[in-house]
Design a protein. Structure first.
Length: 355
């Protein structure tokens, strides 16, 4: 078992030493935590004079996580940066947020765009809330660095993005990985949108048991995260609302069964809202107000009485793409937007008053 981890760490060292710009997609769940643990150990094994290039840890802060998850992610990122500084490791933490016009509230309340549901073919939320902010930060860092080091097979890329994707996760995820991978036995894949970025998937061939063994072997991960607290935050299964590179695979990022760590506004899971129900049962009773608002949104999502059925030129062009047209045409009428806004303000004020 140790040989597997050692092989991954050696490959990580090789990748790190080959590039001026290294990025890590970190969501805080079990897979990304296992990947960061191996990377942390690998870099710590390098002599100090070789730890010259920064490793940029990117975490999406989408703005619609539960308050408890928002606080947990904030604490986690702070711990990572503090431990990196104390241990003289070149990790730099970036919490990336969507721009105002990319935000969930601007889209749904400001523009009347329908929130994706379980049968949606296009899930704009992943692209707007996670993918675009992350890519924007990566481009900023690449421009600031302005230097590239051509080494072996990496010479056509300006940077490497490490992602914690695994073949074993699901058939859909495996199909997505295979679509972009360079070869079946390769840990590298092409980035769907940024052609100058090489994706490195170091835990691609690890099993779930191997991931768990790595994490449970330590009470505290090397970057300061408590494994028990992480398991409490992410639930028994610790499923992740994962970070994707973009393109069609972004649709697989959310809506996992039994997840308790995603966006509280998410309508991807049909039927009972298991995430909020579980959190309420665990003592987060004020989340009942969030659940009430979400139930209302689900109930009116496909109600034609609240849809603008006027077809303008933009809608006609959008309908030509079929998939995109379903999402961008027939938005909510302004009256419903005002109702949604008033309800969410009322729910949040009630929560604050009870605090």
């Amino acid at each position: 078992m140790m040989d597997i981890y050692k092989e991954i760490k050696e490959e990580m060292k090789k990748v790190y030493l080959s590039r001026d710009c290294c990025f890590v997609g970190y969501s805080g769940g079990k897979d990304s935590s296992a990947m960061l643990t191996l990377l942390w150990d690998a870099i710590a094994e390098l002599p100090l004079e070789e730890r010259t290039n920064p490793i940029h840890i990117l975490t999406s802060e989408v703005g619609v996580e539960t308050p408890a998850m928002t606080a947990y992610i904030s604490r986690t990122l702070q711990k990572i940066q503090e431990n990196a500084n104390e241990q003289n490791l070149p990790f730099v933490v970036h919490g990336v947020q969507p721009l105002m016009k990319e935000s969930y509230w601007y889209k749904v309340i400001g523009r009347g765009v329908l929130p994706p549901s379980g049968n949606s073919r296009l899930r704009w939320c992943t692209d707007s809330l996670k993918v675009k902010p992350m890519q924007r930060k990566m481009k900023e860092i690449l421009i600031a660095s302005q230097t590239t080091t051509a080494v072996e097979c990496f010479d056509e890329y300006d940077g490497v993005l490490m992602l914690a994707v695994r073949n074993e996760e699901s058939a859909r995820r495996r199909h997505s990985i295979q679509k972009h991978e360079i070869s079946n036995d390769s840990l590298f894949s092409r980035h769907n949108d940024m052609k100058n970025i090489l994706c490195f998937n170091p835990v691609k061939f690890l099993t779930g048991d191997e991931v768990w063994m790595l994490l449970l072997d330590r009470a505290i991960l090397p970057f300061g995260v408590d494994v028990e607290e992480m398991s409490i935050q992410y639930g028994q299964a610790m499923f992740e609302c994962g970070i994707k590179t973009g393109g069609k695979q972004q649709g697989n990022a959310c809506g996992a069964a039994n997840s308790r760590s995603g966006c509280w506004t998410c309508l991807m899971m049909n039927g009972e809202d298991k995430m909020l129900t579980q959190l309420i049962s665990e003592g987060y009773t004020d989340y009942a107000y969030l659940q009430s608002w979400k139930s209302f949104l689900r109930s009116i999502r496909n109600d034609i009485r609240y849809r603008n059925v006027m077809i303008d030129e933009a809608c006609k062009r959008s309908l030509e793409t079929k998939i995109k047209g379903i999402q961008t045409c027939f938005p909510y009428v302004i009256t419903l937007n005002m109702i949604i806004l008033c309800l969410i303000v009322q729910k949040r004020e009630t929560m604050h008053q009870e605090d």
